[in-house]
Design a protein around this ligand. Structure first.
Ligand code: DGJ
Length: 727
């Protein structure tokens, strides 16, 4: 009977869906590209093309005829969302066990709907149904015309008699054709984040994934690039950027199949996560974000930045606060008096905000080190007898703002929270606990824990109405994944993330604009789902400026500099100018003991902050060009230019200390107006130093872009900041 009803439903749906001839072409077009889907006569939905868009849409249907590759035996090798258990022979996007125990799935096109969400954004949804089971997948493609970005996700549901188990549930399934593919991927560890690797993709499956639970991408972020036909450079070649918008376990499979096509399947990691889907429940996958550029990585990253600032990052088009953080200045060793001094130093330095870091809380087990107190969010009475309010007041008196550090998802076993609520902690009931930085993770799948975490933040704002900034840390990964709240442990990793997003949503409903930094003892967490709630992220605990030149370079492919919290610290051997200049290529902060700075160093910082205030808008909202790669040259050069092409900043650093290393050749600028004239002036000079640059000269944009400009970087001038101004 059920089969008859399903068949009937399908017939009705087909009658009401758009009329289809033997085959139907569905192009998703952006400014430069088209992702073209095809519905064949048997209602299989496939990807037939992703590349430069054609003027004549009719010609898309002819694309596949031009390829003479090996046989597509199953007719689903190029599926837009590959089901498993029926004809498929390759990596699936979705694998299920139906209510009756059957493992097979076939997905047939039923209908599609396209709507414009604005004059730049449109959304296509395509309904796919199993002809036998009452099971459906709705694919969503949200395209951003000007930025050439597509976000793709799936909504899975069914009306079977009882639960269906989802074994795999990807967000997206791409199918690409090229004469060869190269993968750019990243790996890392604490203080070694964003290490790039480039390799030719060979046959078989390459998986990028994380199973860490919380700070999912400590070892490997979900961002990657695929160059097509040849390895893309900054300005040449076809390159696809991809990233999963998800802060938990992810998995991206890149499969070079027997036909030499590349299949990319990305979504939540199905590791230990068989999901039991109730009838009528909707399983909504996170978005998989992708962008195709035919002019190399530079264009791709600028489009990504534009997209991120306009549509994704919280307050992406707004401003940010410069700050002084006390973490490396004091660690856990401070009291009210010391902090009041630091607040005065904040003013003296000239930044906007003082940020109080770890160590301000817990009484029964005071937070005097990382071994105790996490979870007990009451100000420590010994260190802060008058609470936080007096510090906020002190900040006000000094005309600076006040921000605070929290790590609300975590607990030390030595804490009152753990004593009161051992059942709120993620741990295996029968196994010994295993710690990451002496701490455990709270079970955010439990609504009571979600309320607790929300209250940590809410209480801080309620008690301190002028609190202006939160640094949200997350240092532990999940070991011994188990929730004493959940009945089905297979749901744990997914429910943890749902819980986290619930809390963040609630915080943003009540406090929509307050800036929050996404920190994770390094860059183990940044992604475009989290950045909907956070204004900025912490790229790494490694703030050695030499290391940061390389790391920030890699992050810059994917994230706009307004999101990158760069702090000047005592890491590294470079002079204060070098350290400050590197930190200025993003959102500037300091984590130093101001009173340890000698007179000239202090003066340098004060003047540099003023200078930064004058050009930060260009760094945050302008177009970013990577001019000279530190991995290929003695000099690293990074340029930012406003959209009007009238004002820019060029940062240059010596990254090689071998004899005579320096800027032997001119650096070619980019993105200028060729016909305009520009002056170039060195700024951020160390007190007493004279510039080697003649700022009275002017150059045409054409000259600067085709001949270039020599910033005169050498062992005496290791860091050179230049202002570019149109006359
Ligand atoms: C790790 C962060 O990255 C540091 O900046 C600092 O906030 C510590 N946690 C505090 O425990």
């Amino acid at each position: 009977m059920r089969f008859i009803l399903n068949g009937l439903w399908l017939m009705i749906a087909l009658i009401f869906s758009k009329p289809t001839t033997a085959q139907q072409i569905i192009p998703i077009t952006t400014d430069e590209n088209a992702l073209v889907l095809k519905v064949d006569k048997d209602k299989n939905l496939s990807v037939i093309y992703y590349g430069k868009k054609l003027a004549n849409k009719e010609e898309y249907s002819t694309v596949t005829e031009m390829y003479r590759q090996a046989d597509n035996y199953t007719q689903v090798a190029d599926a837009a969302y590959t089901p498993s258990g029926s004809r498929n022979l390759l990596e699936p996007a979705i694998t299920v066990t139906h209510a009756d125990g059957n493992n097979s799935l076939t997905l047939r096109y039923v209908s599609h709907e396209q709507k414009d969400l604005s004059n730049n954004v449109s959304q296509l949804s395509i309904l796919l149904k199993d002809p036998v089971y009452d099971f459906q997948v709705r694919l969503f493609y949200k395209s951003y015309f000007k930025q050439d970005v597509i976000e793709q996700w799936a909504v899975i549901s069914h009306k079977e008699k009882s639960n269906v188990t989802l074994h795999k549930f990807a967000s997206a399934n791409l199918h690409l054709k090229a004469k060869g593919f190269w993968l750019t991927q990243y790996h890392g560890d604490w203080a070694k984040e964003m290490q790039p690797e480039e390799s030719k993709i060979t046959h078989g499956i390459k998986t990028l994934d994380s199973k860490l639970g919380t700070r999912a991408n400590l070892f490997q972020p979900s961002v990657f690039m695929v160059s097509m036909d040849k390895l893309a450079t900054e300005d040449e070649g076809t390159v696809l950027y991809g990233a999963l918008e998800y802060s938990g376990n992810f998995r991206t499979d890149l499969e070079l199949d027997y036909q030499n096509n590349l299949r990319i399947i990305s979504g939540i990691n199905n590791y230990a996560s068989d999901y039991s889907l109730k009838p009528n429940e909707e399983f909504v996958t996170p978005g998989f974000l992708y962008l195709l550029s035919h002019n190399g990585k530079g264009t791709a990253s600028r489009k990504m930045h534009d997209w991120a600032r306009t549509y994704k990052v919280l307050d992406g088009q707004g401003s940010r606060l410069t700050l002084l953080n006390n973490w490396e200045a004091t660690y856990f060793d401070f009291n009210e008096g010391k902090l009041k001094e630091l607040i005065k130093d904040t003013r003296k330095l000239g930044v906007d905000l003082f940020l109080l870091d770890d160590g301000w809380f817990a009484n029964k087990y005071p937070r005097n080190g990382d071994v105790a107190g996490l979870g007990d969010w009451e100000p420590n009475k010994k260190k802060l007898p008058n609470g936080i309010a007096t510090l906020v007041k002190e900040a006000e008196n000094n005309q600076v703002k006040f921000g605070i550090w929290i790590e609300p998802e975590m607990v030390n076993p030595k804490s009152e929270l753990y004593e009161k609520h051992p059942d709120w902690v993620v741990k295996q009931p029968q196994r010994s606990e295993h710690y990451f930085r002496n701490q455990l993770v709270l079970d955010l799948s439990n609504p009571d824990v979600q309320d607790f975490v929300f209250k940590v933040v809410d209480d801080l704002f309620t008690k301190n109405t002028n609190l202006a900034y939160i640094k949200w840390d997350c240092n532990a990964v999940i070991y011994n994944a188990h929730s004493s709240y959940l009945k089905n442990q297979n749901h744990f990793y997914i429910e943890y993330m749902r819980g986290l997003y619930n809390v963040l949503k609630k915080i943003r409903q009540k406090y929509p604009t307050v800036p929050m930094m996404l920190c994770s003892g390094g860059g183990g967490r940044v992604d475009y789902a989290a950045l909907e709630y956070f204004t900025e992220f912490w790229p790494s605990d490694n703030t050695d400026p030499m290391e940061r030149i390389f790391m920030q370079w890699e992050y810059s492919y994917f994230y706009p500099s307004i999101t990158s919290s760069n702090h000047v610290t005592d890491w590294g051997k470079q002079p204060i100018k070098f350290r400050t200049d590197v930190a200025m290529m993003g959102k500037l902060g300091f984590d130093i003991v101001v009173k340890h700075l000698n007179e000239k160093d202090l003066l340098y910082c004060q003047e540099a902050i003023k200078q930064y205030d004058s050009f930060k808008d260009i760094v945050w909202h302008g177009d970013q060009y990577r001019l000279s790669n530190p991995r290929e040259s003695d000099v690293a050069s990074m340029q930012y230019i406003n959209t009007e092409k009238t004002n820019g900043v060029l940062f240059n650093y010596l990254v090689n200390n071998r004899y005579g290393a320096g800027s032997t050749y001119p650096i070619k600028l980019k993105g200028l107006d060729a016909n305009a004239k520009y002056t170039i002036k060195e700024v951020c000079l160390y007190p007493g130093n004279k510039s080697a640059i003649d700022n009275s000269k002017s150059y045409s944009g054409e000259f600067l872009m085709s001949i270039g400009f020599n910033p005169i970087v050498n062992a005496q001038r290791t860091s050179v900041v230049l202002l570019i101004s149109k006359i």
